[in-house]
Design a protein around this ligand. Structure first.
Ligand SMILES: *[C@@H]1O[C@H](CO)[C@@H](O)[C@H](O)[C@H]1NC(C)=O
Length: 333
């Protein structure tokens, strides 16, 4: 029969469609990857902001203005958002005006008209998560890209974005008045196991000089929320075992820099995009704390094959803290 082969293909196709619609999680085995090649001069520059979407209020617009200025000075390649993109409860849907009011109409500077890479925060999980991840938002503002976990290969550096909210047990066991949108995340045990496995795989495969992991929740913090124990227990060992240089997060509404005791990892919090929690500190002496600021601001990263420079800025664009590190070049050249 002439059509039998086609018919078999059709049956197989139907089975495949049925399978992926029944078990959508099981096909997303690996992190989605994006390429962002390093520019001709071999440098990579980007800004990091977190915990911001408040329609310009609580100094969000001021921080945005200074990001535009510093972004222009540095000629940034892209912007990283560490999550809690829309307050108080994420987006209500793909057409929620908060997307334009808190994002498009706030980060208007020319230098910020670049690709944004965003993760979800716990507040985003209180809204319609599928909407915030939806490609429809990219039609409204083409800069936007928010995914759960993914990799950006920028040649000299690779950035590994990790969805940390499902790690935090309290959101499941003690949600209080909040409702979380766990679609696509349950059963959470296998979701976390898959995330950790895929991250480990991606880290091991990486040949980039610098490895940067981005999540919403802090591993180490002296701010309001403090350390995230679930991440200390489950995520940190993976980072320590795989030569990660920087862990970048938001969640605590502050700017801070803590060094790991057991590895070269630097913990960098940039969660000061709008409302800041002044004077809310814990365990000031507990960690190898290098810098803490509880007002608004943002962070910049500038790197070459051999050097990295981290700078924190306040709401006036003034430099609060600077940190640099050099790595020897292993190449024969
Ligand atoms: C805005 O920033 C200034 C300078 O840091 C600060 O004094 C003021 O309290 C901030 N406003 C709000 C609403 O956080």
């Amino acid at each position: 029969m002439v059509f039998s082969e086609n018919r078999i293909s059709l049956i197989l196709l139907c089975l495949w469609v049925a399978t992926i619609s029944l078990f959508p999680e099981q096909i997303s085995a690996e992190f989605q990857r994006f390429e962002h090649p390093t520019r001709g001069d071999g440098t990579l520059r980007f800004l990091v902001v977190g915990d911001w979407g408040r329609k310009g209020e609580y100094n969000q617009s001021k921080v945005a203005f200074q990001m535009g200025r510093i972004g222009d000075e540095l000629d940034v390649d892209f912007v990283v958002s560490t999550g809690d993109n829309f307050y108080d409860n994420g987006l209500e849907g793909e057409t929620d005006p908060a997307f334009v009011d808190s994002y498009t109409n706030i980060y208007t500077a020319k230098s910020l008209q670049k690709q944004w890479f965003s993760v979800l925060g716990n507040h985003d999980y209180r809204g319609d998560v599928i909407a915030q991840l939806s490609p429809v938002l990219r039609k409204i503002d083409s800069r936007w890209l928010c995914l759960r976990s993914f990799v950006v290969n920028a040649e000299i550096a690779e950035l590994f974005f990790v969805d940390t909210t499902p790690f935090v047990e309290d959101y499941f066991t003690d949600p209080g008045d909040h409702t979380y949108d766990w679609r696509g995340v349950t059963p959470v045990k296998s979701y976390i196991a898959n995330t950790l496995r895929d991250l480990e795989l991606a880290l091991k495969e990486s040949t980039a000089k610098w490895k940067i992991v981005v999540g919403h929740h802090a591993i180490r913090s002296v701010g309001h929320h403090g350390d995230t124990q679930e991440l200390v227990d489950q995520l940190l060992p993976v980072l320590q075992a795989n030569n990660v240089d920087l862990y970048v997060n938001g969640h605590d509404h502050c700017l801070e820099h803590i060094s790991d005791r057991k590895s070269p990892i630097q913990f960098l919090t940039s969660g000061a995009g709008s409302k800041a929690w002044r004077g809310d500190l814990k365990n000031m002496n507990h960690h190898t704390l290098k810098f803490f600021y509880d007002g608004q601001g943002f962070m910049s990263v500038k790197m070459t094959q051999s050097d990295v420079e981290i700078v924190f800025y306040d709401v006036y664009g003034q430099v609060l803290h600077k940190w640099t590190r050099s790595k020897q070049l292993h190449s024969i050249m």
